[in-house]
Design a protein around this ligand. Structure first.
Ligand code: ZN
Length: 196
């Protein structure tokens, strides 16, 4: 077999393995978000993220516009054995998603109440860039979507809010208290909405 063809087969194998890994990680994060929601004891949707922080014995700090432009729209940091989420002024839907995103960092990347070593090694962890493309950003975004829009509930609601075969994304978003953009992204990853 020519070298180029061998390399191409190898490339395809590695690619499909990476897709499986990606799918697996996504599934794990969704399962974990379900467990976190149950652990916190949140009722909804929409889920109250300020209440979630309160129930986790954390502190929600409201930043004004000047502070938010300096420190970033949202961030989370360890304070003693607890944590602080800082969030700037924004529409309620965006604030809800931002806080859920920071809770994703808190659990997944700082190890709060799930990984003692990680948590003990964590000093100050500020995460501000919602637009980032690192793995951590991607995972925190997936977590936020899964926490606020549980898969089964989302599919159920989306199938009920369909008019002539067209999903009413504004109503679906309102049901979960998120932006139309966040609901659309969630629906795409869950295989309900098309990507085009
Ligand atoms: Zn982040």
């Amino acid at each position: 077999m020519p070298r180029k063809q061998r390399l191409c087969i190898l490339l395809a194998a590695v690619y499909s393995a990476s897709l499986r890994m990606d799918y697996q990680r996504r599934s794990e994060i969704n399962r974990f978000a379900d467990a976190v929601r149950a652990y916190i004891g949140l009722s909804g949707p929409p889920f109250d993220m300020a209440d979630a922080i309160h129930r986790l014995d954390g502190t929600l700090v409201e930043l004004d516009e000047v502070e938010a432009s300096r420190r970033g729209e949202a961030s989370v940091c360890k304070v003693g054995d607890s944590f602080e989420v800082r969030v700037g002024p924004a529409a309620e839907t965006r604030r809800r998603f931002s806080i859920a995103h920071e809770l994703g960092h808190l659990f997944l990347h700082m190890g709060f109440r799930v990984d003692a070593d990680k948590w003990n090694n964590c000093r100050e962890f500020d995460e501000m860039n919602r637009q980032g493309t690192s793995d951590e950003e991607y995972e925190a975004h997936e977590f936020a979507g899964a926490l606020l829009m549980p898969e089964l509930a989302f599919k159920d609601v989306a199938n009920r809010l369909r008019n002539d075969g067209v999903y009413e994304t504004d109503k679906i978003a309102a049901h979960f208290g998120v932006s139309v953009h966040a609901a659309t992204t969630r629906g795409r990853w869950l295989g309900l909405f098309s990507w085009t």
